[in-house]
Design a binder for this molecule. Structure first.
Ligand code: NAD
Ligand code: TYD
Length: 359
């Protein structure tokens, strides 16, 4: 609360609760909004789970229009208290349990945060907001649509077919958000995005895990035969998409966000091996020799691919960074932030890693 300035708040047009702002995508969204809008007050409400890290926001934490509140969205009274303390006018909801492998181990945590937590935010928004200018923006994933074969794309009309506890919990939260629009006319928008990558991603996800393991000459665990396909989006492009949808998206609508950058996992891992070897001055092929094909993920979705034409045509958004450039920038960031990576991968991470990867 040290940074909270009531004079500033009176002058501001919006007080936006960004949930999960200390996580990977959240910190980029907060930075984007703070840099672009000096008339907004951003309240970062985050429980600081293993995935939330205030180090991610060190460069912006002293901004006069930024406040942090440790908030568990599963606690309804705590959500109400934050609403009342700041008179929240808008929400950008990112807080979630987000890792598929963890959802296979412990689905309950996903149902609590992703379903109950979202339900709490909706209930409080519906109770507190009258007919003024408000917006409840729910950030979701393309994984709600299920798994594609070799062809086709997810559109906003693709029927939901979630197949992991993570994607089922996100699908459930999407349905609740839409239900509040239809039943209570709550002013909502939803976006469903493909896989993000870039700085500050926790090294349980494919790209930072591989970078960390290549740097440390550890085995590179590729699930199954490595032919699963993901569409990769530079995280700052996701933040810019969230900006346009928050401001220009039509109430009640869903927007798919994607990078139009499909890669098989093995292709991506090969690219990372080449980039890191080159940057560390290691011989060509050095990292690739550590690739290990390991037992496949249970229920592993084969392919995700997004048709992003709605947001591109209607809201004039497009991704700016292609994968080779984005992966180079990502590797540079992790190499330059070895302290961040070392802090993150000590303690709990070691136990997590041993449990999942020591077969
Ligand atoms: P993340 O796991 O890096 O961060 C999640 C954040 O939420 C953390 O800061 C964590 O502390 C916080 N959090 C968790 N439980 C909470 C609770 N009960 N109360 C308050 N805060 C809590 O996730 P991310 O990758 O930044 O994803 C953010 C959102 O974007 C999620 O909703 C996710 O489903 C969605 N999304 C992610 C991707 C991706 O590739 N990472 C793609 C599409 C959509
Ligand atoms: P991940 O980053 O967990 O994202 P998601 O499962 O939400 O798409 O995984 C991306 C892909 O990489 C997915 O097909 C699973 C695969 N993968 C591996 O092959 N090895 C790993 O160690 C991890 C974490 C993921």
């Amino acid at each position: 609360m040290e940074n909270f300035d009531y004079n500033y708040m009176e002058a501001s047009k919006k007080t936006i609760l960004i949930t999960g702002g200390a996580g990977f995508i959240g910190n980029h969204v907060i930075r984007f909004f703070l840099q672009k809008y000096d008339t907004y007050h951003i309240v970062n409400g985050d429980k600081l789970t293993y995935a939330g890290n205030l180090e991610n926001l060190k460069d912006v934490e002293s901004s006069p229009n930024y406040s942090f509140e440790k908030l568990d969205i599963v606690d309804l009274e705590a959500v109400k208290a934050i609403w009342e303390k700041y008179n929240i006018t808008d929400v950008i909801h990112l807080a979630a349990e987000s890792h598929v492998d963890r959802s296979i181990e412990n689905p309950a945590a996903f149902i609590e945060t992703n379903v109950i937590g979202t339900a709490n935010l909706l209930a409080v928004a519906n109770e507190k907001w009258g007919s003024g200018d408000h917006r409840f923006y729910h950030v979701s994933t393309d994984e709600v649509y299920g798994s594609l074969g070799e062809t086709g794309f997810f559109t906003e009309e693709t029927p939901y077919d979630p197949r992991s506890p993570y994607s089922a919990s996100k699908a459930s939260s999407d349905h609740l958000v839409r239900a509040y629009f239809h039943t209570f006319e709550l002013p909502i928008v939803i976006s469903n995005c493909s896989n993000n990558y870039g700085p500050y991603q926790f090294p349980e996800k494919l790209i930072p895990l591989m970078i960390n393991n290549i740097i440390n000459r550890k085995p590179l665990p590729v699930y199954g035969d490595g032919t699963n396909v993901r569409d990769w989006l530079w995280v700052e492009d996701h933040a810019s998409a969230i900006d346009v949808i928050f401001h220009k998206g039509k109430l009640g609508e869903t927007y798919n966000i994607g990078g139009e950058n499909e890669l098989q996992n093995i292709e991506l891992v090969h690219m990372l091996c080449d980039i890191v070897d080159e940057k560390l001055g290691r011989p060509s092929g050095d990292a690739k020799s550590s690739i290990k094909f390991v037992t496949d993920r249970k229920g592993h979705d084969h392919r995700y691919a997004i048709d992003a034409s709605k947001i591109i045509k209607q809201l004039n958004w497009k991704p700016t960074i292609q994968p080779r450039e984005g992966l180079e920038k990502t590797v540079d960031w992790y190499l330059e932030h070895s302290d961040w990576l070392n802090n993150i991968t000590s303690g709990d991470y070691k136990q997590y890693y041993e449990k999942f990867y020591t077969h």
